[in-house]
Design a binder for this molecule. Structure first.
Ligand SMILES: Cc1cc2nc3c(=O)[nH]c(=O)nc-3n(C[C@H](O)[C@H](O)[C@H](O)COP(=O)(O)OP(=O)(O)OC[C@H]3O[C@@H](n4cnc5c(N)ncnc54)[C@H](O)[C@@H]3O)c2cc1C
Length: 364
Protein backbone atom coordinates (compact mmCIF):
# COMPACT_ATOMS: atom_id res chain seq x y z
CA UNK A 1 0.00 0.00 0.00
CA UNK A 2 1.09 3.55 -0.81
CA UNK A 3 -0.24 6.65 0.92
CA UNK A 4 -0.30 8.51 -2.42
CA UNK A 5 -0.55 7.41 -6.01
CA UNK A 6 0.60 10.26 -8.24
CA UNK A 7 -0.59 10.10 -11.82
CA UNK A 8 1.85 12.01 -14.05
CA UNK A 9 5.51 12.85 -13.44
CA UNK A 10 5.26 16.44 -14.72
CA UNK A 11 6.17 19.42 -12.57
CA UNK A 12 2.93 19.32 -10.55
CA UNK A 13 3.01 15.61 -9.74
CA UNK A 14 6.74 15.67 -8.98
CA UNK A 15 6.51 18.60 -6.55
CA UNK A 16 3.61 16.93 -4.76
CA UNK A 17 5.56 13.65 -4.56
CA UNK A 18 8.67 15.44 -3.25
CA UNK A 19 6.71 17.27 -0.55
CA UNK A 20 4.82 14.11 0.42
CA UNK A 21 8.01 12.07 0.76
CA UNK A 22 9.59 14.83 2.84
CA UNK A 23 6.69 14.50 5.27
CA UNK A 24 7.14 10.73 5.48
CA UNK A 25 4.33 9.58 3.15
CA UNK A 26 4.94 6.69 0.78
CA UNK A 27 4.34 7.49 -2.89
CA UNK A 28 4.08 5.71 -6.21
CA UNK A 29 4.34 7.79 -9.39
CA UNK A 30 2.89 6.39 -12.62
CA UNK A 31 3.70 7.98 -15.95
CA UNK A 32 2.35 6.94 -19.31
CA UNK A 33 5.28 8.34 -21.31
CA UNK A 34 8.66 6.60 -21.39
CA UNK A 35 10.33 9.40 -19.43
CA UNK A 36 9.70 11.63 -16.42
CA UNK A 37 9.17 15.40 -16.51
CA UNK A 38 6.00 15.88 -18.55
CA UNK A 39 6.31 18.83 -20.89
CA UNK A 40 9.36 20.35 -19.24
CA UNK A 41 11.44 17.30 -20.17
CA UNK A 42 14.79 18.14 -21.77
CA UNK A 43 17.08 15.66 -23.53
CA UNK A 44 20.76 16.03 -24.35
CA UNK A 45 21.59 15.88 -28.08
CA UNK A 46 25.10 16.80 -29.33
CA UNK A 47 25.86 18.18 -25.85
CA UNK A 48 22.84 20.53 -26.11
CA UNK A 49 19.80 20.42 -23.82
CA UNK A 50 16.85 20.09 -26.19
CA UNK A 51 13.43 21.20 -24.95
CA UNK A 52 11.48 18.29 -26.42
CA UNK A 53 8.01 19.76 -25.87
CA UNK A 54 8.68 23.37 -26.82
CA UNK A 55 10.85 26.16 -25.44
CA UNK A 56 10.54 26.52 -21.67
CA UNK A 57 11.75 29.68 -19.98
CA UNK A 58 11.26 29.95 -16.25
CA UNK A 59 10.02 33.36 -15.16
CA UNK A 60 8.29 34.63 -12.04
CA UNK A 61 7.88 37.60 -9.74
CA UNK A 62 7.15 35.33 -6.80
CA UNK A 63 10.32 35.19 -4.69
CA UNK A 64 9.20 32.05 -2.84
CA UNK A 65 8.65 30.21 -6.12
CA UNK A 66 12.03 31.36 -7.45
CA UNK A 67 13.84 30.23 -4.29
CA UNK A 68 11.98 26.93 -4.24
CA UNK A 69 12.89 25.93 -7.80
CA UNK A 70 16.53 26.87 -7.30
CA UNK A 71 16.96 24.08 -4.73
CA UNK A 72 16.91 21.71 -7.67
CA UNK A 73 19.15 23.45 -10.22
CA UNK A 74 21.33 26.47 -10.79
CA UNK A 75 19.70 28.92 -13.21
CA UNK A 76 21.57 31.05 -15.74
CA UNK A 77 20.83 34.67 -16.67
CA UNK A 78 18.97 33.87 -19.92
CA UNK A 79 16.55 36.67 -20.85
CA UNK A 80 13.81 35.87 -23.29
CA UNK A 81 14.12 38.25 -26.27
CA UNK A 82 12.46 36.61 -29.24
CA UNK A 83 12.70 38.18 -32.66
CA UNK A 84 10.14 38.13 -35.46
CA UNK A 85 10.93 37.29 -39.08
CA UNK A 86 8.61 38.81 -41.68
CA UNK A 87 9.42 38.53 -45.39
CA UNK A 88 13.17 38.85 -44.85
CA UNK A 89 12.93 41.58 -42.21
CA UNK A 90 13.73 41.11 -38.52
CA UNK A 91 11.80 42.90 -35.77
CA UNK A 92 12.36 42.90 -32.01
CA UNK A 93 9.69 41.55 -29.69
CA UNK A 94 7.73 42.35 -27.64
CA UNK A 95 6.56 45.45 -29.52
CA UNK A 96 8.90 48.14 -28.23
CA UNK A 97 10.87 51.18 -29.38
CA UNK A 98 13.33 48.96 -31.30
CA UNK A 99 10.37 47.49 -33.22
CA UNK A 100 8.88 50.92 -33.97
CA UNK A 101 12.22 52.38 -35.01
CA UNK A 102 12.69 49.54 -37.52
CA UNK A 103 9.10 49.77 -38.75
CA UNK A 104 8.73 53.54 -39.15
CA UNK A 105 12.11 55.13 -38.40
CA UNK A 106 10.64 56.88 -35.34
CA UNK A 107 13.04 57.64 -32.50
CA UNK A 108 11.08 58.92 -29.49
CA UNK A 109 8.18 57.32 -27.57
CA UNK A 110 6.02 60.32 -28.47
CA UNK A 111 6.61 59.77 -32.20
CA UNK A 112 5.74 56.07 -31.86
CA UNK A 113 2.54 56.79 -29.91
CA UNK A 114 1.53 59.35 -32.53
CA UNK A 115 2.08 56.87 -35.37
CA UNK A 116 0.01 54.16 -33.64
CA UNK A 117 -2.78 56.61 -32.75
CA UNK A 118 -2.90 57.88 -36.38
CA UNK A 119 -3.29 54.34 -37.71
CA UNK A 120 -6.02 53.49 -35.21
CA UNK A 121 -7.90 56.67 -36.08
CA UNK A 122 -7.53 56.08 -39.81
CA UNK A 123 -9.05 52.61 -39.34
CA UNK A 124 -11.99 54.17 -37.49
CA UNK A 125 -13.87 51.08 -36.22
CA UNK A 126 -15.64 51.61 -32.89
CA UNK A 127 -16.90 48.13 -32.14
CA UNK A 128 -14.59 45.43 -33.48
CA UNK A 129 -16.45 42.40 -34.79
CA UNK A 130 -13.48 40.06 -35.22
CA UNK A 131 -9.89 39.59 -34.15
CA UNK A 132 -8.50 41.55 -37.10
CA UNK A 133 -10.53 44.65 -36.23
CA UNK A 134 -9.74 44.28 -32.55
CA UNK A 135 -5.98 44.05 -33.17
CA UNK A 136 -5.86 47.02 -35.55
CA UNK A 137 -7.80 49.01 -32.95
CA UNK A 138 -5.11 48.22 -30.41
CA UNK A 139 -1.85 48.67 -32.37
CA UNK A 140 -2.67 50.00 -35.83
CA UNK A 141 -2.39 48.46 -39.30
CA UNK A 142 1.39 48.05 -39.75
CA UNK A 143 2.15 46.11 -36.57
CA UNK A 144 -0.97 44.04 -37.07
CA UNK A 145 -0.19 43.09 -40.65
CA UNK A 146 3.50 42.38 -40.19
CA UNK A 147 3.66 40.91 -36.71
CA UNK A 148 0.24 39.73 -35.52
CA UNK A 149 -1.92 38.55 -38.43
CA UNK A 150 -0.10 35.57 -39.94
CA UNK A 151 1.21 34.26 -36.62
CA UNK A 152 -2.23 34.35 -34.99
CA UNK A 153 -3.88 32.73 -38.01
CA UNK A 154 -1.36 29.87 -37.94
CA UNK A 155 -1.80 29.44 -34.20
CA UNK A 156 -5.57 29.17 -34.39
CA UNK A 157 -5.81 27.50 -37.79
CA UNK A 158 -8.35 30.15 -38.90
CA UNK A 159 -8.34 33.54 -40.61
CA UNK A 160 -8.25 36.54 -38.28
CA UNK A 161 -11.55 37.80 -39.71
CA UNK A 162 -13.19 34.52 -38.63
CA UNK A 163 -11.86 34.65 -35.07
CA UNK A 164 -13.75 36.37 -32.23
CA UNK A 165 -12.33 39.71 -31.02
CA UNK A 166 -12.16 38.50 -27.37
CA UNK A 167 -9.11 36.33 -28.10
CA UNK A 168 -6.95 39.44 -28.04
CA UNK A 169 -7.79 41.62 -25.07
CA UNK A 170 -4.51 43.50 -24.97
CA UNK A 171 -1.46 43.79 -27.20
CA UNK A 172 1.19 45.24 -24.91
CA UNK A 173 3.16 48.10 -26.42
CA UNK A 174 6.34 49.03 -24.61
CA UNK A 175 7.60 52.56 -25.10
CA UNK A 176 11.20 51.82 -24.08
CA UNK A 177 14.11 50.23 -25.95
CA UNK A 178 13.72 46.99 -23.97
CA UNK A 179 13.60 43.60 -25.71
CA UNK A 180 13.04 41.59 -22.52
CA UNK A 181 9.83 39.66 -23.22
CA UNK A 182 8.81 39.19 -19.61
CA UNK A 183 8.06 41.85 -17.00
CA UNK A 184 8.92 39.44 -14.16
CA UNK A 185 11.65 40.05 -11.57
CA UNK A 186 13.30 36.67 -12.09
CA UNK A 187 13.94 34.52 -15.15
CA UNK A 188 16.42 31.99 -16.41
CA UNK A 189 17.10 28.51 -17.70
CA UNK A 190 18.35 25.69 -15.47
CA UNK A 191 21.97 25.01 -16.41
CA UNK A 192 21.98 21.41 -17.66
CA UNK A 193 18.24 21.31 -18.46
CA UNK A 194 14.95 20.71 -16.67
CA UNK A 195 15.02 16.92 -16.38
CA UNK A 196 17.56 17.06 -13.52
CA UNK A 197 14.99 19.08 -11.51
CA UNK A 198 12.42 16.31 -11.79
CA UNK A 199 15.05 13.63 -11.15
CA UNK A 200 15.98 15.33 -7.89
CA UNK A 201 12.34 15.73 -6.87
CA UNK A 202 11.65 12.06 -7.50
CA UNK A 203 14.83 10.72 -5.88
CA UNK A 204 13.96 7.74 -3.68
CA UNK A 205 10.38 7.54 -4.99
CA UNK A 206 9.14 4.56 -7.00
CA UNK A 207 8.27 5.58 -10.57
CA UNK A 208 6.58 3.33 -13.12
CA UNK A 209 7.04 4.59 -16.67
CA UNK A 210 4.95 3.47 -19.68
CA UNK A 211 2.02 3.04 -17.31
CA UNK A 212 -1.34 4.53 -18.21
CA UNK A 213 -3.29 4.91 -14.98
CA UNK A 214 -6.65 4.82 -16.76
CA UNK A 215 -5.85 1.43 -18.25
CA UNK A 216 -4.91 -0.06 -14.87
CA UNK A 217 -7.20 2.04 -12.71
CA UNK A 218 -8.81 -0.69 -10.69
CA UNK A 219 -5.57 -2.34 -9.69
CA UNK A 220 -3.78 0.95 -8.95
CA UNK A 221 -6.72 2.37 -6.98
CA UNK A 222 -6.54 -0.73 -4.83
CA UNK A 223 -2.96 -0.13 -3.69
CA UNK A 224 -3.12 3.49 -2.55
CA UNK A 225 -4.81 5.74 -0.01
CA UNK A 226 -5.22 8.90 -2.07
CA UNK A 227 -4.63 9.78 -5.71
CA UNK A 228 -3.16 12.95 -7.21
CA UNK A 229 -4.31 12.97 -10.82
CA UNK A 230 -2.56 15.35 -13.26
CA UNK A 231 -3.91 13.91 -16.53
CA UNK A 232 -6.83 15.35 -18.54
CA UNK A 233 -9.92 15.68 -16.33
CA UNK A 234 -12.34 14.70 -19.12
CA UNK A 235 -10.37 11.48 -19.77
CA UNK A 236 -10.68 10.59 -16.06
CA UNK A 237 -14.46 10.67 -16.44
CA UNK A 238 -14.33 8.85 -19.76
CA UNK A 239 -15.53 11.99 -21.62
CA UNK A 240 -19.05 11.46 -20.30
CA UNK A 241 -20.07 15.12 -20.74
CA UNK A 242 -18.05 15.54 -23.96
CA UNK A 243 -14.49 16.29 -24.97
CA UNK A 244 -12.55 19.38 -23.89
CA UNK A 245 -10.68 21.00 -26.79
CA UNK A 246 -6.98 21.76 -27.07
CA UNK A 247 -4.56 23.17 -29.62
CA UNK A 248 -1.61 20.95 -30.28
CA UNK A 249 1.89 21.55 -31.63
CA UNK A 250 3.97 19.36 -33.93
CA UNK A 251 7.74 19.64 -33.55
CA UNK A 252 10.27 18.89 -36.29
CA UNK A 253 13.69 18.68 -34.69
CA UNK A 254 16.97 18.33 -36.58
CA UNK A 255 20.69 18.41 -35.89
CA UNK A 256 22.49 20.85 -38.19
CA UNK A 257 26.15 20.66 -39.00
CA UNK A 258 26.76 24.33 -38.30
CA UNK A 259 27.63 26.22 -35.15
CA UNK A 260 25.05 28.97 -35.16
CA UNK A 261 21.92 28.75 -37.28
CA UNK A 262 19.83 31.79 -36.40
CA UNK A 263 21.70 33.75 -33.73
CA UNK A 264 18.82 33.68 -31.25
CA UNK A 265 16.99 31.00 -29.26
CA UNK A 266 13.53 31.96 -30.49
CA UNK A 267 12.56 33.30 -33.91
CA UNK A 268 8.83 33.80 -34.60
CA UNK A 269 7.74 33.52 -38.24
CA UNK A 270 4.92 36.00 -38.58
CA UNK A 271 3.97 35.60 -42.25
CA UNK A 272 1.17 33.19 -43.06
CA UNK A 273 2.97 31.63 -46.03
CA UNK A 274 5.71 30.08 -43.81
CA UNK A 275 3.97 27.02 -42.37
CA UNK A 276 5.71 26.96 -38.98
CA UNK A 277 5.17 29.51 -36.20
CA UNK A 278 8.63 29.44 -34.61
CA UNK A 279 12.12 28.00 -34.89
CA UNK A 280 13.86 27.27 -31.60
CA UNK A 281 17.66 26.96 -31.58
CA UNK A 282 18.18 25.22 -28.26
CA UNK A 283 21.87 25.92 -27.63
CA UNK A 284 21.25 29.65 -27.18
CA UNK A 285 19.24 28.98 -24.00
CA UNK A 286 22.55 28.05 -22.37
CA UNK A 287 24.91 30.18 -24.50
CA UNK A 288 26.29 26.96 -25.99
CA UNK A 289 29.41 26.84 -28.16
CA UNK A 290 29.10 23.24 -29.40
CA UNK A 291 30.27 22.59 -32.98
CA UNK A 292 26.77 21.51 -34.09
CA UNK A 293 23.34 22.90 -33.38
CA UNK A 294 19.82 21.53 -32.84
CA UNK A 295 16.76 23.38 -34.13
CA UNK A 296 13.04 22.65 -33.75
CA UNK A 297 10.37 24.00 -36.06
CA UNK A 298 6.97 24.36 -34.36
CA UNK A 299 3.79 23.76 -36.36
CA UNK A 300 0.55 24.67 -34.67
CA UNK A 301 -1.91 21.82 -35.13
CA UNK A 302 -5.51 20.91 -34.40
CA UNK A 303 -5.95 18.38 -31.63
CA UNK A 304 -7.78 15.09 -31.70
CA UNK A 305 -8.03 12.44 -29.02
CA UNK A 306 -4.73 10.58 -28.74
CA UNK A 307 -2.61 13.63 -29.65
CA UNK A 308 -0.60 15.47 -26.99
CA UNK A 309 -2.91 18.12 -25.51
CA UNK A 310 -0.87 21.33 -25.22
CA UNK A 311 -2.98 24.45 -24.99
CA UNK A 312 -6.46 24.37 -23.43
CA UNK A 313 -8.92 26.36 -25.53
CA UNK A 314 -10.64 28.30 -22.75
CA UNK A 315 -13.68 29.52 -24.69
CA UNK A 316 -17.21 29.57 -23.32
CA UNK A 317 -18.14 26.10 -24.53
CA UNK A 318 -15.09 24.46 -23.00
CA UNK A 319 -15.19 26.41 -19.75
CA UNK A 320 -18.81 25.37 -19.18
CA UNK A 321 -17.94 21.77 -19.94
CA UNK A 322 -14.97 21.93 -17.58
CA UNK A 323 -17.26 23.26 -14.81
CA UNK A 324 -19.33 20.07 -15.09
CA UNK A 325 -16.27 17.89 -14.65
CA UNK A 326 -14.92 20.14 -11.88
CA UNK A 327 -18.20 19.86 -9.95
CA UNK A 328 -17.90 16.09 -10.02
CA UNK A 329 -14.20 16.25 -9.10
CA UNK A 330 -15.04 18.36 -6.04
CA UNK A 331 -17.14 15.45 -4.69
CA UNK A 332 -14.29 12.93 -4.92
CA UNK A 333 -12.98 11.87 -1.55
CA UNK A 334 -9.97 9.95 -2.74
CA UNK A 335 -8.82 11.93 -5.79
CA UNK A 336 -7.13 15.33 -5.99
CA UNK A 337 -7.01 16.95 -9.44
CA UNK A 338 -4.05 19.16 -10.26
CA UNK A 339 -1.80 20.59 -12.95
CA UNK A 340 -2.69 22.11 -16.29
CA UNK A 341 -4.63 19.07 -17.56
CA UNK A 342 -6.37 18.28 -14.27
CA UNK A 343 -7.53 21.93 -14.01
CA UNK A 344 -7.86 22.58 -17.77
CA UNK A 345 -6.01 25.85 -17.50
CA UNK A 346 -2.95 27.26 -19.21
CA UNK A 347 -0.44 27.39 -16.39
CA UNK A 348 3.17 28.50 -16.73
CA UNK A 349 5.75 26.67 -14.65
CA UNK A 350 5.75 29.26 -11.88
CA UNK A 351 1.96 28.92 -11.53
CA UNK A 352 2.39 25.17 -11.28
CA UNK A 353 5.03 25.47 -8.54
CA UNK A 354 2.75 27.76 -6.53
CA UNK A 355 -0.35 25.58 -7.11
CA UNK A 356 1.44 22.35 -6.26
CA UNK A 357 2.84 23.81 -3.04
CA UNK A 358 -0.59 25.11 -2.03
CA UNK A 359 -2.12 21.73 -2.79
CA UNK A 360 0.61 19.94 -0.81
CA UNK A 361 0.10 22.35 2.09
CA UNK A 362 -3.61 21.64 2.08
CA UNK A 363 -3.49 17.85 1.96
CA UNK A 364 -0.21 16.77 3.55
C1 LIG B 1 4.70 24.39 -26.07
C2 LIG B 1 4.72 24.85 -24.64
C3 LIG B 1 5.63 25.82 -24.23
C4 LIG B 1 5.65 26.24 -22.90
N1 LIG B 1 6.55 27.20 -22.53
C5 LIG B 1 6.60 27.61 -21.23
C6 LIG B 1 7.54 28.61 -20.83
O1 LIG B 1 8.34 29.13 -21.60
N2 LIG B 1 7.53 28.99 -19.52
C7 LIG B 1 6.67 28.45 -18.60
O2 LIG B 1 6.73 28.82 -17.42
N3 LIG B 1 5.79 27.48 -18.96
C8 LIG B 1 5.73 27.05 -20.24
N4 LIG B 1 4.83 26.08 -20.62
C9 LIG B 1 3.93 25.50 -19.60
C10 LIG B 1 4.55 24.29 -18.85
O3 LIG B 1 4.83 23.27 -19.78
C11 LIG B 1 3.55 23.79 -17.80
O4 LIG B 1 3.30 24.80 -16.85
C12 LIG B 1 4.00 22.54 -17.01
O5 LIG B 1 4.72 21.63 -17.77
C13 LIG B 1 2.76 21.86 -16.47
O6 LIG B 1 3.10 20.79 -15.64
P1 LIG B 1 2.01 19.67 -15.28
O7 LIG B 1 2.65 18.73 -14.33
O8 LIG B 1 0.75 20.31 -14.87
O9 LIG B 1 1.64 18.98 -16.67
P2 LIG B 1 2.47 18.00 -17.68
O10 LIG B 1 3.86 18.49 -17.85
O11 LIG B 1 1.62 17.87 -18.87
O12 LIG B 1 2.51 16.64 -16.90
C14 LIG B 1 1.42 15.73 -16.86
C15 LIG B 1 1.99 14.33 -16.98
O13 LIG B 1 0.94 13.39 -16.75
C16 LIG B 1 1.12 12.30 -17.63
N5 LIG B 1 -0.19 11.63 -17.77
C17 LIG B 1 -1.33 12.14 -18.32
N6 LIG B 1 -2.31 11.21 -18.27
C18 LIG B 1 -1.79 10.11 -17.68
C19 LIG B 1 -2.29 8.82 -17.37
N7 LIG B 1 -3.57 8.46 -17.65
N8 LIG B 1 -1.47 7.92 -16.78
C20 LIG B 1 -0.18 8.23 -16.50
N9 LIG B 1 0.37 9.44 -16.77
C21 LIG B 1 -0.43 10.37 -17.36
C22 LIG B 1 1.61 12.97 -18.91
O14 LIG B 1 2.26 12.02 -19.74
C23 LIG B 1 2.55 14.02 -18.36
O15 LIG B 1 3.87 13.54 -18.23
C24 LIG B 1 4.75 25.67 -21.95
C25 LIG B 1 3.84 24.70 -22.38
C26 LIG B 1 3.81 24.30 -23.70
C27 LIG B 1 2.79 23.27 -24.12
Amino acid sequence: MYDYLIVGSGLFGSIFAYEARKKGYSCLVVEKRDHIGGNIYTKEIEGIQVHEYGAHIFHTSNKDVWEYIQQFAEFNRYTNSPIAYYKGEIYNMPFNMNTFNKMWGVVTPGQAQKKIAEQIEEFGVDEPKNLEEQAINLVGKDIYEKLVKGYTEKQWGRRATELPPEIIKRLPVRLTYDNNYFNDCYQGIPIGGYTQIIEKMLEGIEVRLNTDYLEEKEELDGICGKIVYTGPIDAYYNYKYGELEYRSVRFETEVLDEENHQGNAVVNYTEYEVPYTRIIEHKHFEFGAQPKTVVSKEFSAPWKRGDEPYYPVNNERNNLLYEKYAAEAAQEEKVIFGGRLGKYKYYDMHHIVAEALTCAGEYL
